[in-house]
Design a protein around this ligand. Structure first.
Ligand SMILES: O=P(O)(O)OC[C@H]1O[C@@H](O)[C@H](O)[C@@H](O)[C@@H]1O
Ligand SMILES: [Mg+2]
Length: 217
């Protein structure tokens, strides 16, 4: 029986995935890379900042040292954090808050499972923190999705067994991670059809049969 829902943050509850894209694009341009595309950005979803940087650097023949790469990741994060300063509840995606309220009313425990180190700031700025029991984020883990660590930590924080949790995700890496954690999966967002999740829906309420999901043993 599902007793807890673990939500990815970027692209599932908030539209920050678009800001990540803009910030990486800005860094790419600074490095003379002018063909950084939406398809490249899709491969960055769910993976850590440093791994996301490698997706950008695949587009250039230039070789960079570990120190330079650290600096590039920091530059991108500065662009991103600057963008987050104007973030508010407007960034909450359609149906997200309603789904959190409905699930909590039904007695489910709610956690965040995001590899972003900026997750706490985003939860505060959008007010979503008030609807969540526990946060497992980039600050709690050493391995990013598709490794299951972030979801295992989330379940542990909720005090639930792994098979009592369902993960809502918008990335392939996240769905692979959730399955590796022995959790059920709900794929959401524009690519929900291609994520190979147990359940799928564009948003967190429309076309999600929560009755069916929550009644399964
Ligand atoms: O750079 P941050 O905020 O720690 O985020 C790390 C990752 O967080 C994930 O949620 C995003 O999908 C990735 O694209 C991003 O790279
Ligand atoms: Mg995501």
């Amino acid at each position: 029986m599902i007793k807890g829902i673990i939500f990815d943050l970027d692209g599932v509850l908030v539209s920050t995935d678009k800001l990540h894209f803009e910030a990486w694009k800005k860094l790419a341009q600074k490095l003379g890379i002018h063909d950084f595309t939406h398809e490249d950005n899709v491969r960055q979803k769910g993976v850590s900042r440093m791994e996301s940087l490698e997706v950008v650097l695949e587009k250039t023949d230039n070789k960079y040292s570990a120190e330079e790469k650290e600096e590039f990741a920091e530059t991108k994060n500065c662009y991103y954090v600057e963008m987050l300063k104007s973030l508010d509840s407007e960034a909450i995606l359609k149906d997200a808050k309603e789904a959190l309220i409905m699930l909590r009313e039904r007695g489910l425990k709610i956690a965040i499972g995001s590899v972003s180190k900026n997750a706490p700031i985003i939860l505060e700025r959008t007010g979503l923190i008030d609807f969540i029991d526990e946060v497992s984020c980039g600050l709690d883990i050493t391995r990013s999705k598709p490794d299951p660590e972030v979801f295992l930590v989330a379940a542990d924080k909720l005090g639930l067994s792994y098979k009592e949790c369902l993960v809502a995700e918008d990335s392939k890496a996240g769905i692979i991670a959730a399955k590796a954690a022995n959790m059920k999966t709900l794929g959401v967002g524009p690519d929900h059809m291609n994520l190979d999740a147990d359940y799928q829906s564009e948003t967190l309420l429309s076309h999600v049969d929560w009755e069916e999901i929550l009644s399964k043993n």
